[in-house]
Design a protein around this ligand. Structure first.
Ligand SMILES: Cc1ncc(COP(=O)(O)O)c(C=O)c1O
Length: 402
């Protein structure tokens, strides 16, 4: 891919996604589950651009959504309603009603209080709501604490004991239809063992529920498959699938897997231009036109992203690559080596296809970046750069209406 060309054409900062790579990742995972019924439900929170979601929808993927906004996006992008799941620890009544009205596959319930709200909404609509309960298996996924979700102290899901009670309640309610079981213990997981433990616990619970004539059809193993940002050795897909098959022995259930990062992270880069270099107290700072509002992962998790300077050559020296935002956390890389750089040089921030644009904001009244998709047919703009008018529109209407 000629990054210089797309950057010239669409400006920077810019996200560029390789849809063919994303499709390959999808095919590899779907292929690993071959021989068993499976649904890969793309976790849209990782990258919710309509063209990216549409690419997965065309391949047969479903969508894992965490807001009604994401459910709407999934539908617009062409994901069939019967392949859409709605998860998340705090769904508002209007979101629950919206999801039930759209008749999606199921709502993933994360607490007793939420199950009551789903039941009430279903009663209002006069029909039963298909539900799953997110089980928190109390297992350490050994990942960054902010993206670990399966520990006892985490806010996600309910314990095995509570889950059992909720399933029995749901079975006895005319407005609830429990059809799935779900767990998701964290993101960027690079070891199989925690997933194996979680799958075993969830499968045991599923067996005990089926023995109570609760007709569970879907076994949702969440997402979380890690990727290589630097030198991480990642999980082998065949071993991953075998682990799930092993846990499911004796159970005839459709496997649902909800990857976000695995499908998109290494299919995306973030392009940013050097505004200038500055030296302060002997430190070299490469100041670029992208910032933490565009890609917050380094600021939020201290995450590593490989940074490459296109076309630069010469003796490399230590530097920090920083953005213009007024926070010391506004950096893309610290203590990396780069060759001499000139104003206008292009930097490529790698592994930016997941939790990049999706987590971006207008902090410092910065316009959100444009997004470009590349595939075998060429490249095209899939989101225009935000304009200042886009940002101010609502406030200006209200200001002038005073
Ligand atoms: C319930 C659920 N499913 C799937 C995912 C996707 O995770 P990943 O992008 O690590 O695959 C998340 C991420 O937070 C999640 O909370």
């Amino acid at each position: 891919m000629d990054y210089t060309q797309v950057a010239r054409e669409y400006g920077t900062p810019l996200y560029v996604y390789n849809l063919d790579y994303m499709a390959q990742q999808y095919a590899a995972l779907k292929g690993a589950f071959e021989g068993k019924k499976s649904l890969i439900a793309f976790a849209m929170k990782a990258n919710s651009n309509l063209s990216v979601v549409a690419c997965f929808a065309a391949l047969g993927a479903g969508a894992d959504c965490v807001s009604f906004g994401e459910v709407k996006r999934a539908l617009i992008a062409g994901v069939p309603k019967y392949k859409i799941i709605f998860s998340g620890v705090g769904k508002r009544d209007d979101e629950i009603l919206g999801a039930l009205t759209e008749d999606i596959l199921f709502i993933n319930v994360e607490s007793e209080a939420e199950l009551m709200r789903v039941e009430a909404a279903a009663r209002e609509l006069g029909r039963a709501a298909r539900v799953s309960v997110r089980v928190n298996p109390a297992i350490d996924a050994r990942t960054h604490p902010y993206i670990s979700t399966g520990l006892k102290e985490n806010k996600f899901g309910v314990s095995v004991e509570v889950a059992k009670r909720l399933y029995i309640y749901a079975k006895n309610s005319p407005f609830l239809e429990p059809i799935a079981i779900h767990f998701h213990i964290g993101s960027q997981i690079v070891e199989l063992e925690p997933i194996e433990q979680a799958a075993r616990k969830a499968a045991e619970l599923a067996k005990s529920l089926i023995a109570l004539e609760i007709d569970l059809k879907f076994f949702d193993v969440g997402g979380g498959i890690g990727v290589t940002y630097k030198d991480e050795k990642t999980i082998d897909l065949a071993a991953y699938a075998n682990t799930v098959f092993g846990a499911l022995q004796g159970l005839d259930m459709t496997i649902i897997c909800e990857p976000g990062r695995f499908l998109t992270a290494n299919g995306g880069v973030f392009l940013t231009r050097v505004i200038y270099e500055k030296y302060s107290e002997g430190r070299r700072f490469v100041v670029v036109d992208g910032a933490m509002n565009d890609l917050i992962r380094p600021a939020l998790y201290g995450a590593y992203h490989r940074v490459e300077a296109i076309g630069a050559a010469g003796d490399e020296t230590l530097c920090d690559v920083v953005g213009p935002v007024c926070e010391s956390g506004d950096f893309f890389a610290k203590n990396i080596v780069l060759p001499p750089i000139e104003r206008g040089d292009l930097l490529v921030v790698h592994t930016a296809g997941a939790y990049g644009f999706a987590m971006s904001s207008n902090f410092n009244t910065r316009r959100r970046a444009a997004e470009v998709a590349v595939d075998k047919n060429g490249y095209r703009l899939i989101r225009e750069r935000e304009t200042y008018e886009d940002i101010f529109a609502s406030e200006m209407r209200l200001l002038s209406a005073r």
